[in-house]
Design a protein around this ligand. Structure first.
Ligand code: CP
Ligand code: NVA
Length: 300
């Protein structure tokens, strides 16, 4: 494993290794046991989109591992004025030990990685969010003590979260039921991968998808970059809400996850959100531990 660009690149063994290390790092942090294996190392964090969790968890994580993180807004980098990604990659490789990037196009992350001599980590693109899915798998395993055989149901937009969750969950032996309105289907690459699994379904009817789910997940209807479609999406996604009716169809001990930020009253009701807030904020916390594991694996 040289970079973390998308879930598809990780083997099942690599996912398990990251989750095991994340559990260990969480234990160490909770018990005040220092883990400074990235002492003296520096991570550059390029942001072309907003962030609360990704920025703070990477920056804090790097500090806890003994390293240092630089926040690099693309607006203030020469990249924002047209300097090629290829050249940015070669320059940053001379200064840093790793790069985290949040941007629009997956191809930009892949170009950056191709021209970097240091590890590149995808901190979200329009089509993938691998760091979030590693934290989600870690949280599911914490609550359910296993992953294999559990049914995850995702209701909402076939965007970065649906794509990465589908691939990540199928790789670890989970069943995946995606419920996406017509016209908002997941990425072709994710669907092509998923079609090989009998434990995968893509349906239009939320009530069918949620049946006997162990885990229910949703995400905003209009992701970053899609704000101009907000009104149209509100109409197209009406009926694709995680609410009491959906919860009643899932297993009695269903856990609800949301990568956040949430638009309560749209993709999830405030009531369901608050009833499952413990798991949702554990999921947020686990971004820190999962990403520390990724950085140790890639940069140590
Ligand atoms: N879930 C997530 O990636 O959050 P941020 O956009 O705040 O980083
Ligand atoms: N799908 C959302 C996730 C935010 C973390 C977005 O891309 O805006």
């Amino acid at each position: 494993m040289k970079h973390l660009l998308k879930m598809l690149d990780l083997t099942t063994e690599e996912i398990t290794e990251i989750l095991n290390l994340a559990d260990q790092l969480k234990y160490e942090q909770k018990h005040g046991i220092p883990h400074k294996s990235l002492s003296g190392k520096t991570l550059g964090m390029i942001f072309e989109k907003a962030s609360t969790r990704t920025r703070v968890s990477f920056e804090t994580g790097m500090y806890q591992l003994g390293g240092y993180a630089l926040f690099l807004s693309s607006k203030e980098l020469q990249i924002g004025r047209g300097e090629p990604i290829e050249d940015t990659a070669r320059v940053l490789s001379r200064y840093l030990d790793g790069i985290m990037i949040r941007t629009f196009n997956q191809s930009d992350v892949e170009t950056l990685a191709r021209h970097s001599s240091i590890p590149v980590i995808n901190g979200l693109t329009d089509v993938s969010h691998p760091c979030q899915v590693l934290a989600d798998l870690m949280t599911i395993r914490e609550y359910k003590n296993k992953l294999e055989g559990l049914k995850l149901c995702f209701i909402g937009d076939g965007g970065n979260m649906a794509n990465s969750l589908t691939i990540g969950c199928l790789k670890v032996g989970m069943k995946v039921s995606l419920c996406i309105p017509e016209g908002y289907d997941p990425d072709k690459e994710a669907l092509k991968f998923a079609k090989n699994f009998s434990d995968f379904e893509l349906v239009r009817e939320p009530r069918k998808a949620a049946e006997n789910a162990d885990v229910l997940v949703t995400d905003v209807w209009a992701s970053m970059g899609k704000e101009s479609e907000t009104e149209k999406r509100r109409k197209d996604f009406a009926g694709y809400q995680v609410n009491d009716e959906i919860i009643a169809l899932a297993k009695p001990d269903v856990m609800v996850l949301h990568c956040l930020p949430a638009h309560k009253g749209e993709e999830i009701t405030e009531k369901v959100f608050e009833e499952h807030a413990d798991a949702i904020f554990d999921e947020s916390e686990n971004r820190l531990h999962a990403q520390k594991a990724v950085m140790v694996k890639l940069m140590e």
